[in-house]
Design a protein around this ligand. Structure first.
Ligand SMILES: Nc1ncnc2c1ncn2[C@@H]1O[C@H](COP(=O)(O)OP(=O)(O)OP(=O)(O)O)[C@@H](O)[C@H]1O
Length: 275
C-alpha cells in the first residue's frame, strides 16, 4: 500500500526540501518506488532535483490541480519528471500561488491535491509532499492528502508558538477532513554538535507536547555539503557519500520505514485481539 507523507512546517528554511530529496532518494535506494510532489510555489524541490527553471515547465502540479478543479481529464503520468537517482517528481512552480487563490472558491477545496495524488499513487510505495512554508490552503490540502506528517525543525530556534499552531492545524485536519492522519514526528535538522541546542529543543518539545510528539532518534547535522546539494541537483548520498549528513539521512530513511512497519504490526495486533 502506498504511504503518503507530508513534510510540513510553516516556518521557512527548516530543511523540508532537503529532507524530501534525501528521504525520497534514500527510500529509492532501498528499492522503493517514490514520487516527490513539490507543493511549494517557490519550486525549490524541483530546482534541487536539477530542474533549475521550474517556472518554465509547461506542465506542473499547478496545471494538474487546475484540471482536477475543473474536472478535466489528464494523462496518467502527465508532467511527471524522473531524476537519475531513482525518484519521480511532480514539479511545482510559481503558478501554484494562483491555484492556491482559486482553491478558496472551489468545491472540495481542501481535497483537490488528494484527488490528484489518488489518481497517480498506485504506481508508488511512497509519495512525499514538500509543503509551502505557510498554513495556507495548499498545506491544508497536503495534510488532507497525507497518511502522516513529518515536521522538520531547525535546531537553532525554539519552535514555541509556531509548533502549537501547526499541531492545532494537524488536529483540525484530522477531525474535519482526514481522520487517518498521524504525526510521525519531529526531525531535528541543521544540528550543530558544538552546541547543546538540539538537546534543549528535544527537551522542550517533550516537556510541552508530551508523548504525543515523537522526536526522531536521528538528527541531521549542520553540513555545508548538505547545503550545497540543491545547487548541484544531487542527493547528499552522491554529493558527499562518506559524510555525516549522508549517514544521518540514511539512518532517518530506515527510521521512517520502521515506523511504517511498527504501525502495521500494531494494527494487526489490534485486529487479532478484536476477533
Ligand atoms: N543539514 C543542513 N546543514 C546546513 N544547511 C542545510 C542543511 N539542510 C538544509 N540546509 C540549507 O538550509 C536552507 C533551507 O533548507 P531547505 O530549503 O531544505 O528548507 P525548507 O524548509 O524547505 O525551506 P522553505 O520553507 O523556504 O521551502 C537551504 O539553503 C539548504 O541548502
Amino acid at each position: 500500500m502506498t504511504k503518503v507523507i507530508a513534510l510540513a512546517n510553516q516556518k521557512g528554511g527548516v530543511g523540508k526540501t532537503t529532507t524530501a530529496v534525501n528521504l525520497g532518494i534514500g527510500l529509492a535506494a532501498d528499492g522503493k518506488k517514490v514520487l516527490l510532489v513539490d507543493a511549494d510555489a517557490q519550486g525549490n524541490l524541483t530546482d534541487s532535483l536539477g530542474f533549475h527553471e521550474p517556472d518554465n515547465l509547461s506542465v506542473s502540479l499547478a496545471t494538474l490541480l487546475a484540471k482536477t478543479m475543473l474536472e478535466e481529464s489528464y494523462e496518467a503520468r502527465e508532467g511527471i519528471l524522473h531524476h537519475h537517482e531513482g525518484v519521480d517528481l511532480m514539479p511545482g512552480n510559481i503558478e501554484l500561488s494562483a491555484v492556491e487563490v482559486s482553491l478558496v472558491n472551489t468545491m472540495s477545496r481542501e481535497t483537490i491535491l488528494r484527488s490528484y495524488i489518488d489518481s497517480v499513487k498506485a504506481d508508488y510505495d511512497y509519495v512525499l509532499i514538500d509543503c509551502m512554508p505557510s498554513l495556507g490552503m495548499l498545506t491544508i490540502n497536503a495534510l488532507a492528502a497525507a497518511d502522516s506528517v513529518i515536521i522538520p525543525v531547525q535546531a537553532h530556534y525554539l519552535p514555541a508558538k509556531g509548533m502549537t499552531q501547526l499541531l492545532q492545524t494537524i488536529a483540525r485536519v484530522r477531525r474535519q477532513i482526514n481522520p487517518k492522519l498521524v504525526l510521525d514526528g519531529v526531525l531535528l535538522t541543521m544540528v550543530d554538535s558544538r552546541t547543546k541546542f538540539a538537546k534543549d529543543i528535544s527537551f522542550i518539545l517533550r516537556r510541552d507536547y508530551g508523548d504525543k510528539l515523537r522526536v526522531f532518534n536521528t538528527e541531521i547535522p549542520l553540513s555545508v555539503r548538505a547545503a550545497e546539494t540543491s545547487a548541484k541537483g544531487k542527493s547528499i548520498y552522491v554529493h558527499d557519500p562518506d559524510g555525516k549528513a549522508a549517514e544521518a539521512y540514511a539512518a532517518f530513511t530506515k527510521e521512517v520505514q520502521s515506523i511504517g512497519s511498527e504501525r502495521r504490526h500494531a494494527r494487526q495486533h489490534q485486529t487479532d485481539h478484536s476477533r
